[in-house]
Design a binder for this molecule. Structure first.
Ligand code: ATP
Ligand code: MG
Length: 183
């Protein structure tokens, strides 16, 4: 599956609706310090199901909502949509009926997150599984945070193994096994 579009609305510094096309090949984001480059990557991780506020550089999940400036009031919600090209039909069975998938996550102050896939309500874990099966996802080693290389060098073996499992594309299997054991 290929990421083809990222839409942000009220997410961190992206207060106005912002639509980004993601072309084939390498995409570079350049700009001065503080212009929102890392926020863009966080939006990508967030829409794929990131559930740790700390990974979003916040104290609570609400902190992804535009907090306001001296000139603009705070927003009451944040929304991010990721459009996926599924022409090759690589999505898990429950989502694999269409050529294009639109995954949306929305958060409202004090009432948590909700997800939609192609305008239908979805569970967080279904969205997480969708991406885990595609060997990507919120914790994918393909997304390297600022400072993460230094953290990895200093990490304990168990944490380092998790990174290797993600890279090998088997973390989706682990999530499935965990679900099966809960049933
Ligand atoms: P650098 O080059 O230093 O890494 P960057 O381009 O990665 O910078 P970001 O860290 O993405 O920049 O953006 C930081 C900006 O986002 C800061 O100005 C910060 O105030 C703003 N910001 C973060 N969270 C929010 C929020 N909830 N509401 C409004 N602005 C926010
Ligand atoms: Mg940055």
């Amino acid at each position: 599956m290929r990421f083809s579009k990222l839409r942000l609305n009220g997410f961190k510094s992206f207060v106005d609706p912002t639509d980004l096309s993601i072309s084939r090949g390498l995409t570079g984001v350049v700009g001065p310090n503080g212009c929102g480059k890392s926020n863009l990557l966080e939006a990508l991780r967030w829409v794929m199901g990131e559930s740790r506020a700390r990974a979003m550089r916040g104290a609570g999940m609400d902190d992804v909502i535009f907090a306001g400036t001296t000139r603009r009031p705070a927003r009451s919600f944040a929304e991010v949509t990721l459009v996926l090209d599924n022409a090759q039909r690589l999505a898990p069975a429950m989502f694999n009926t269409v050529d294009q998938l639109e995954v949306t996550r929305r958060i409202t102050r004090d009432s948590g997150s909700s997800y939609k896939v192609n305008d239908r309500d979805a569970r967080a874990r279904d969205v997480q599984m969708l991406f885990a099966d595609a060997s990507t996802g919120a914790q994918s080693p393909a997304l390297v945070r600022q400072g993460q290389i230094a953290e990895l060098i200093g990490a304990k073996p168990k944490a380092r193994r998790r990174v290797l499992e993600e890279a090998a594309g088997i973390s989706g299997l682990y999530q499935r096994r965990h679900e099966a054991e809960l049933k």
